[in-house]
Design a binder for this molecule. Structure first.
Ligand code: PLP
Length: 411
Protein backbone atom coordinates (compact mmCIF):
# COMPACT_ATOMS: atom_id res chain seq x y z
CA UNK A 1 0.00 0.00 0.00
CA UNK A 2 1.25 3.50 -0.84
CA UNK A 3 1.10 5.26 2.54
CA UNK A 4 1.73 8.74 1.15
CA UNK A 5 -1.04 8.43 -1.44
CA UNK A 6 -3.38 7.04 1.20
CA UNK A 7 -2.62 10.01 3.49
CA UNK A 8 -3.09 12.52 0.64
CA UNK A 9 -6.40 11.02 -0.44
CA UNK A 10 -7.98 11.31 3.02
CA UNK A 11 -8.84 14.89 2.01
CA UNK A 12 -10.89 13.70 -0.99
CA UNK A 13 -13.66 11.20 -1.61
CA UNK A 14 -14.52 8.90 -4.46
CA UNK A 15 -17.79 9.52 -6.29
CA UNK A 16 -18.29 6.94 -9.05
CA UNK A 17 -14.91 6.76 -10.74
CA UNK A 18 -13.97 10.28 -9.82
CA UNK A 19 -11.89 11.71 -7.00
CA UNK A 20 -13.92 14.60 -5.63
CA UNK A 21 -13.45 17.66 -3.48
CA UNK A 22 -16.82 18.11 -1.74
CA UNK A 23 -19.13 17.27 -4.67
CA UNK A 24 -16.86 18.48 -7.43
CA UNK A 25 -14.72 16.05 -9.40
CA UNK A 26 -11.06 17.04 -9.67
CA UNK A 27 -11.31 16.29 -13.40
CA UNK A 28 -14.11 18.86 -13.62
CA UNK A 29 -11.88 21.46 -11.96
CA UNK A 30 -9.16 20.54 -14.45
CA UNK A 31 -11.54 21.09 -17.39
CA UNK A 32 -12.94 24.29 -15.92
CA UNK A 33 -9.59 25.97 -15.30
CA UNK A 34 -7.51 24.20 -17.95
CA UNK A 35 -4.45 22.00 -17.50
CA UNK A 36 -1.70 21.99 -16.42
CA UNK A 37 -3.02 23.40 -13.18
CA UNK A 38 -2.03 23.80 -9.56
CA UNK A 39 -5.10 23.74 -7.38
CA UNK A 40 -4.92 24.65 -3.68
CA UNK A 41 -7.68 23.99 -1.14
CA UNK A 42 -8.01 26.61 1.60
CA UNK A 43 -9.92 24.21 3.84
CA UNK A 44 -6.91 21.87 4.02
CA UNK A 45 -4.73 24.80 5.13
CA UNK A 46 -7.29 25.72 7.79
CA UNK A 47 -7.55 22.16 9.02
CA UNK A 48 -3.75 21.95 9.44
CA UNK A 49 -3.79 25.20 11.36
CA UNK A 50 -6.48 23.94 13.75
CA UNK A 51 -4.50 20.75 14.34
CA UNK A 52 -1.26 22.61 15.04
CA UNK A 53 -2.91 25.10 17.39
CA UNK A 54 -4.63 22.28 19.29
CA UNK A 55 -1.51 20.15 19.67
CA UNK A 56 1.42 22.57 19.95
CA UNK A 57 2.12 24.68 23.05
CA UNK A 58 0.43 28.11 23.13
CA UNK A 59 3.69 29.96 23.72
CA UNK A 60 5.18 28.70 20.46
CA UNK A 61 4.79 31.15 17.57
CA UNK A 62 4.44 29.67 14.10
CA UNK A 63 5.99 31.46 11.13
CA UNK A 64 5.41 30.44 7.53
CA UNK A 65 8.48 29.86 5.33
CA UNK A 66 7.38 31.70 2.19
CA UNK A 67 9.78 29.74 -0.02
CA UNK A 68 7.40 26.76 0.28
CA UNK A 69 4.74 28.59 -1.74
CA UNK A 70 4.80 32.34 -2.40
CA UNK A 71 1.42 32.44 -4.21
CA UNK A 72 -0.26 35.75 -3.15
CA UNK A 73 -3.61 34.11 -2.30
CA UNK A 74 -1.85 31.49 -0.17
CA UNK A 75 0.05 34.28 1.64
CA UNK A 76 -3.24 36.04 2.43
CA UNK A 77 -4.76 32.87 3.89
CA UNK A 78 -1.65 32.01 5.88
CA UNK A 79 -1.09 35.54 7.23
CA UNK A 80 -4.55 35.53 8.76
CA UNK A 81 -3.94 32.20 10.50
CA UNK A 82 -0.33 32.20 11.69
CA UNK A 83 1.97 34.56 13.60
CA UNK A 84 4.42 35.64 10.94
CA UNK A 85 6.48 34.91 7.83
CA UNK A 86 10.02 33.76 7.25
CA UNK A 87 11.39 35.20 4.00
CA UNK A 88 14.60 34.44 2.14
CA UNK A 89 14.87 37.43 -0.23
CA UNK A 90 13.60 40.97 -0.62
CA UNK A 91 11.34 39.59 -3.37
CA UNK A 92 9.60 37.42 -0.78
CA UNK A 93 9.52 40.35 1.64
CA UNK A 94 7.73 42.47 -0.97
CA UNK A 95 5.29 39.66 -1.76
CA UNK A 96 4.27 39.38 1.89
CA UNK A 97 3.87 43.14 2.22
CA UNK A 98 1.87 43.31 -1.04
CA UNK A 99 -0.41 40.62 0.40
CA UNK A 100 -1.23 43.17 3.12
CA UNK A 101 0.98 42.19 6.06
CA UNK A 102 3.39 44.47 7.94
CA UNK A 103 7.16 44.05 7.86
CA UNK A 104 7.05 43.65 11.64
CA UNK A 105 5.52 40.18 11.08
CA UNK A 106 8.51 39.06 9.04
CA UNK A 107 11.85 37.46 9.79
CA UNK A 108 14.51 37.24 7.10
CA UNK A 109 17.11 34.48 6.77
CA UNK A 110 19.49 33.55 3.97
CA UNK A 111 23.28 33.39 3.67
CA UNK A 112 23.60 35.78 0.71
CA UNK A 113 21.54 38.89 1.39
CA UNK A 114 22.75 41.76 -0.78
CA UNK A 115 23.32 45.26 0.63
CA UNK A 116 20.25 46.43 -1.28
CA UNK A 117 18.14 43.66 0.23
CA UNK A 118 19.38 44.53 3.71
CA UNK A 119 18.69 48.21 3.08
CA UNK A 120 15.15 47.40 2.01
CA UNK A 121 14.53 45.19 5.08
CA UNK A 122 15.93 47.77 7.52
CA UNK A 123 14.09 50.62 5.83
CA UNK A 124 10.81 48.70 6.15
CA UNK A 125 11.57 47.98 9.84
CA UNK A 126 11.36 44.23 9.42
CA UNK A 127 10.67 42.17 12.56
CA UNK A 128 14.02 40.37 12.58
CA UNK A 129 16.99 39.79 10.29
CA UNK A 130 18.77 36.50 10.92
CA UNK A 131 22.41 37.44 10.49
CA UNK A 132 24.50 34.69 8.90
CA UNK A 133 28.07 36.07 8.92
CA UNK A 134 30.35 38.68 10.49
CA UNK A 135 30.48 40.60 7.19
CA UNK A 136 26.70 40.68 6.90
CA UNK A 137 26.57 42.10 10.42
CA UNK A 138 29.03 44.83 9.43
CA UNK A 139 26.86 45.73 6.41
CA UNK A 140 23.79 45.94 8.65
CA UNK A 141 25.53 48.29 11.11
CA UNK A 142 26.61 50.56 8.27
CA UNK A 143 23.20 50.57 6.57
CA UNK A 144 21.22 51.08 9.80
CA UNK A 145 23.46 54.02 10.84
CA UNK A 146 23.12 55.60 7.39
CA UNK A 147 19.35 55.24 7.50
CA UNK A 148 19.14 56.40 11.11
CA UNK A 149 17.25 53.20 11.98
CA UNK A 150 17.62 50.56 14.66
CA UNK A 151 17.83 47.14 12.97
CA UNK A 152 16.26 44.18 14.79
CA UNK A 153 18.49 41.18 14.35
CA UNK A 154 19.14 37.67 15.58
CA UNK A 155 22.15 35.47 15.02
CA UNK A 156 21.69 32.36 12.92
CA UNK A 157 23.89 29.68 14.35
CA UNK A 158 25.32 26.61 12.63
CA UNK A 159 25.13 24.08 15.46
CA UNK A 160 27.76 21.47 16.16
CA UNK A 161 25.02 18.83 16.30
CA UNK A 162 22.88 17.72 13.37
CA UNK A 163 19.36 16.42 13.15
CA UNK A 164 19.09 12.71 12.42
CA UNK A 165 16.20 11.67 10.17
CA UNK A 166 15.98 14.90 8.18
CA UNK A 167 15.59 14.65 4.41
CA UNK A 168 17.80 17.73 4.10
CA UNK A 169 20.39 18.62 6.75
CA UNK A 170 21.13 22.30 7.13
CA UNK A 171 23.18 22.42 10.28
CA UNK A 172 26.21 20.63 11.75
CA UNK A 173 29.67 20.40 10.17
CA UNK A 174 30.87 23.09 7.78
CA UNK A 175 27.91 24.96 6.29
CA UNK A 176 27.20 28.21 4.45
CA UNK A 177 24.25 28.80 6.79
CA UNK A 178 24.76 30.82 9.95
CA UNK A 179 27.80 31.31 12.16
CA UNK A 180 29.51 28.34 13.83
CA UNK A 181 28.78 27.83 17.53
CA UNK A 182 32.46 28.46 18.32
CA UNK A 183 32.21 32.00 16.92
CA UNK A 184 28.78 32.86 18.33
CA UNK A 185 29.75 34.40 21.74
CA UNK A 186 32.05 37.04 20.26
CA UNK A 187 29.67 38.12 17.54
CA UNK A 188 26.76 38.32 19.99
CA UNK A 189 28.86 40.55 22.27
CA UNK A 190 29.57 42.82 19.28
CA UNK A 191 25.88 42.87 18.34
CA UNK A 192 24.78 44.04 21.76
CA UNK A 193 27.41 46.82 21.67
CA UNK A 194 25.98 48.69 18.69
CA UNK A 195 23.49 51.48 19.30
CA UNK A 196 21.84 51.00 15.87
CA UNK A 197 21.17 47.32 16.58
CA UNK A 198 18.42 45.67 18.59
CA UNK A 199 19.73 42.19 19.31
CA UNK A 200 16.78 39.82 19.76
CA UNK A 201 18.23 36.33 20.07
CA UNK A 202 19.18 33.27 18.09
CA UNK A 203 17.99 31.17 15.16
CA UNK A 204 18.90 27.57 14.44
CA UNK A 205 17.45 25.73 11.47
CA UNK A 206 18.94 22.28 11.50
CA UNK A 207 17.03 20.44 8.80
CA UNK A 208 13.93 19.85 6.80
CA UNK A 209 11.44 17.09 5.82
CA UNK A 210 11.66 15.08 9.04
CA UNK A 211 8.90 12.54 9.69
CA UNK A 212 10.18 11.34 13.08
CA UNK A 213 8.93 13.10 16.21
CA UNK A 214 11.43 11.11 18.26
CA UNK A 215 14.34 12.61 16.33
CA UNK A 216 12.89 16.13 16.07
CA UNK A 217 12.44 16.37 19.85
CA UNK A 218 16.08 15.69 20.83
CA UNK A 219 17.06 18.22 18.14
CA UNK A 220 14.86 20.89 19.76
CA UNK A 221 16.15 19.95 23.21
CA UNK A 222 19.74 20.35 21.97
CA UNK A 223 18.89 23.85 20.73
CA UNK A 224 17.28 24.81 24.06
CA UNK A 225 20.19 23.41 26.10
CA UNK A 226 22.61 25.26 23.88
CA UNK A 227 20.62 28.50 24.25
CA UNK A 228 20.86 28.20 28.06
CA UNK A 229 24.62 27.71 27.92
CA UNK A 230 25.06 30.56 25.43
CA UNK A 231 23.10 32.93 27.64
CA UNK A 232 25.24 31.93 30.61
CA UNK A 233 28.44 32.27 28.62
CA UNK A 234 27.62 35.71 27.20
CA UNK A 235 25.56 37.07 30.10
CA UNK A 236 23.09 38.31 27.49
CA UNK A 237 19.44 37.28 27.54
CA UNK A 238 17.55 36.36 24.41
CA UNK A 239 13.99 37.52 23.85
CA UNK A 240 13.60 35.47 20.65
CA UNK A 241 14.58 31.86 20.06
CA UNK A 242 13.82 30.53 16.58
CA UNK A 243 13.95 26.75 16.85
CA UNK A 244 13.70 26.16 13.10
CA UNK A 245 11.26 23.38 12.28
CA UNK A 246 11.68 20.59 9.78
CA UNK A 247 8.22 19.00 10.15
CA UNK A 248 7.82 16.70 7.14
CA UNK A 249 4.92 15.30 5.14
CA UNK A 250 4.79 11.87 3.48
CA UNK A 251 5.79 11.87 -0.19
CA UNK A 252 6.76 8.27 -0.90
CA UNK A 253 5.11 4.87 -0.63
CA UNK A 254 6.71 3.79 2.66
CA UNK A 255 6.46 7.19 4.41
CA UNK A 256 4.07 7.66 7.31
CA UNK A 257 2.69 10.90 8.71
CA UNK A 258 4.52 12.78 11.43
CA UNK A 259 3.06 11.98 14.87
CA UNK A 260 2.02 15.55 15.73
CA UNK A 261 0.33 14.54 18.96
CA UNK A 262 3.54 13.01 20.32
CA UNK A 263 5.59 15.92 19.01
CA UNK A 264 3.19 18.46 20.54
CA UNK A 265 3.35 16.76 23.96
CA UNK A 266 7.13 16.64 23.78
CA UNK A 267 7.42 20.30 22.78
CA UNK A 268 5.02 21.33 25.55
CA UNK A 269 7.21 19.52 28.10
CA UNK A 270 10.39 21.01 26.68
CA UNK A 271 9.10 24.58 26.72
CA UNK A 272 7.76 24.13 30.27
CA UNK A 273 11.20 22.95 31.32
CA UNK A 274 13.28 25.57 29.50
CA UNK A 275 11.13 28.69 29.33
CA UNK A 276 11.91 29.92 32.85
CA UNK A 277 15.59 28.93 32.54
CA UNK A 278 15.75 31.16 29.46
CA UNK A 279 13.80 34.08 30.95
CA UNK A 280 10.55 33.39 29.02
CA UNK A 281 11.61 34.35 25.50
CA UNK A 282 9.39 34.14 22.42
CA UNK A 283 9.83 30.68 20.90
CA UNK A 284 9.35 30.48 17.16
CA UNK A 285 8.96 27.63 14.67
CA UNK A 286 9.30 28.29 10.95
CA UNK A 287 7.43 25.75 8.86
CA UNK A 288 6.86 25.59 5.13
CA UNK A 289 5.71 22.32 3.64
CA UNK A 290 3.90 21.20 6.80
CA UNK A 291 1.52 24.17 6.53
CA UNK A 292 0.76 24.01 2.79
CA UNK A 293 2.21 20.85 1.23
CA UNK A 294 -0.98 18.84 1.48
CA UNK A 295 -3.30 21.58 0.24
CA UNK A 296 -2.09 21.40 -3.38
CA UNK A 297 -2.69 19.05 -6.30
CA UNK A 298 -1.01 19.38 -9.69
CA UNK A 299 -3.46 18.32 -12.41
CA UNK A 300 -2.23 17.40 -15.86
CA UNK A 301 -3.96 15.85 -18.88
CA UNK A 302 -2.74 12.75 -20.70
CA UNK A 303 -2.02 13.91 -24.26
CA UNK A 304 -0.86 10.61 -25.72
CA UNK A 305 -0.62 6.97 -24.74
CA UNK A 306 2.03 4.99 -26.55
CA UNK A 307 3.96 1.78 -26.33
CA UNK A 308 7.70 1.42 -26.71
CA UNK A 309 9.33 -2.02 -26.62
CA UNK A 310 6.85 -3.45 -24.17
CA UNK A 311 6.59 -0.34 -21.94
CA UNK A 312 3.55 1.93 -21.82
CA UNK A 313 4.09 5.70 -21.75
CA UNK A 314 1.52 8.31 -20.78
CA UNK A 315 2.68 11.66 -22.11
CA UNK A 316 1.12 14.55 -20.22
CA UNK A 317 0.81 18.28 -20.82
CA UNK A 318 2.59 18.98 -17.50
CA UNK A 319 6.10 18.08 -16.47
CA UNK A 320 9.27 18.94 -14.58
CA UNK A 321 9.23 22.55 -15.85
CA UNK A 322 6.22 23.08 -13.56
CA UNK A 323 6.92 20.45 -10.94
CA UNK A 324 10.59 19.70 -10.60
CA UNK A 325 10.08 17.91 -7.27
CA UNK A 326 7.70 15.36 -8.82
CA UNK A 327 10.39 14.49 -11.38
CA UNK A 328 12.77 13.69 -8.53
CA UNK A 329 15.23 16.43 -9.42
CA UNK A 330 14.78 18.92 -6.58
CA UNK A 331 17.66 18.08 -4.28
CA UNK A 332 17.99 15.67 -1.41
CA UNK A 333 14.70 16.19 0.38
CA UNK A 334 12.59 15.23 -2.63
CA UNK A 335 15.12 13.44 -4.75
CA UNK A 336 13.07 10.37 -5.47
CA UNK A 337 9.88 9.65 -7.32
CA UNK A 338 7.09 8.91 -7.75
CA UNK A 339 5.29 11.43 -5.61
CA UNK A 340 1.74 10.32 -4.78
CA UNK A 341 -0.17 10.36 -8.06
CA UNK A 342 -3.21 8.74 -9.59
CA UNK A 343 -5.66 9.06 -12.48
CA UNK A 344 -8.32 11.18 -10.81
CA UNK A 345 -11.19 10.16 -13.14
CA UNK A 346 -10.51 6.39 -13.26
CA UNK A 347 -10.63 5.43 -9.60
CA UNK A 348 -12.31 2.03 -9.90
CA UNK A 349 -10.39 0.88 -12.95
CA UNK A 350 -7.88 -1.95 -12.98
CA UNK A 351 -4.27 -0.80 -12.71
CA UNK A 352 -1.51 -0.80 -15.29
CA UNK A 353 2.22 -0.20 -14.89
CA UNK A 354 3.16 2.84 -16.93
CA UNK A 355 5.74 5.57 -17.31
CA UNK A 356 4.14 8.95 -16.66
CA UNK A 357 6.24 11.49 -18.53
CA UNK A 358 6.07 15.17 -19.39
CA UNK A 359 6.39 16.91 -22.77
CA UNK A 360 10.02 18.07 -22.47
CA UNK A 361 12.86 16.79 -24.64
CA UNK A 362 14.76 15.17 -21.78
CA UNK A 363 14.50 11.77 -20.11
CA UNK A 364 14.63 13.63 -16.76
CA UNK A 365 11.06 14.73 -17.42
CA UNK A 366 9.30 11.78 -15.85
CA UNK A 367 6.99 11.50 -12.85
CA UNK A 368 7.77 7.80 -12.44
CA UNK A 369 7.22 4.21 -13.57
CA UNK A 370 4.34 2.96 -11.48
CA UNK A 371 1.00 1.16 -11.28
CA UNK A 372 -1.95 3.51 -11.66
CA UNK A 373 -5.53 3.07 -12.93
CA UNK A 374 -5.55 2.27 -16.67
CA UNK A 375 -5.63 5.64 -18.43
CA UNK A 376 -6.19 6.92 -21.94
CA UNK A 377 -5.51 10.20 -23.74
CA UNK A 378 -7.77 12.88 -22.28
CA UNK A 379 -7.69 11.50 -18.72
CA UNK A 380 -6.45 13.62 -15.84
CA UNK A 381 -3.52 12.74 -13.59
CA UNK A 382 -3.27 14.35 -10.17
CA UNK A 383 0.06 14.69 -8.36
CA UNK A 384 -0.77 15.10 -4.67
CA UNK A 385 1.22 16.72 -1.81
CA UNK A 386 2.07 19.46 -4.31
CA UNK A 387 1.24 22.58 -2.29
CA UNK A 388 4.89 23.25 -1.36
CA UNK A 389 8.02 23.49 -3.53
CA UNK A 390 5.91 23.05 -6.66
CA UNK A 391 5.66 25.72 -9.33
CA UNK A 392 7.95 28.26 -7.64
CA UNK A 393 10.69 25.63 -7.26
CA UNK A 394 10.62 24.60 -10.93
CA UNK A 395 12.53 25.66 -14.08
CA UNK A 396 9.49 27.10 -15.81
CA UNK A 397 11.44 28.78 -18.62
CA UNK A 398 13.02 25.52 -19.75
CA UNK A 399 11.50 24.87 -23.21
CA UNK A 400 9.22 27.92 -23.04
CA UNK A 401 5.93 26.18 -22.39
CA UNK A 402 3.19 28.37 -20.87
CA UNK A 403 3.04 28.66 -17.08
CA UNK A 404 0.47 26.50 -15.28
CA UNK A 405 -2.51 28.23 -13.73
CA UNK A 406 -2.68 28.40 -9.94
CA UNK A 407 -6.18 28.39 -8.45
CA UNK A 408 -7.19 28.55 -4.80
CA UNK A 409 -10.53 26.96 -3.91
CA UNK A 410 -11.91 29.04 -1.02
CA UNK A 411 -13.14 27.33 2.16
C1 PLP B 1 15.80 28.70 6.98
C2 PLP B 1 14.66 27.86 6.54
N1 PLP B 1 13.48 27.93 7.20
C3 PLP B 1 12.42 27.20 6.85
C4 PLP B 1 12.47 26.32 5.79
C5 PLP B 1 11.25 25.56 5.42
O1 PLP B 1 11.42 24.18 5.40
P1 PLP B 1 10.15 23.23 5.28
O2 PLP B 1 9.38 23.66 4.09
O3 PLP B 1 10.72 21.87 5.13
O4 PLP B 1 9.34 23.39 6.53
C6 PLP B 1 13.68 26.18 5.07
C7 PLP B 1 13.78 25.25 3.95
O5 PLP B 1 14.77 25.05 3.32
C8 PLP B 1 14.79 26.99 5.45
O6 PLP B 1 15.95 26.93 4.78
Amino acid sequence: MNLALKAALTNFRICGNELCWDDVALSELARKHGTPLYIYFEKIIQHKHQLLRRLLPDNLYIYYAVKANPNPDILKIIGNLYDGFDVASSGELKRVMSAGFPAAMISYAGPGKTREELRCAIHEEIGCISVESQQEFEHIVQIASNLGKKASISLRINPDFDLSGSGMKMGGGPKQFGVDTEKAPDIIAAMTDESCIKFKGIHIFAGSQNLYADSLLPGFENILKYAVSLQQQTGISFQWINLGGGFGIPYFAHEHELDLEFLGRGLTNLLEQYSSLLGHPEFVLELGRYLVGECGVYLTEVLYKKESRGHVFLITDGGMHHHLAASGNLGQSLARRPMPLTVVNRQNFSVEKVHVVGPLCTPLDTFGFLEIPRAEAGDIIGVFQSGAYGFSASPQLFLSHPAPKEVVIPA
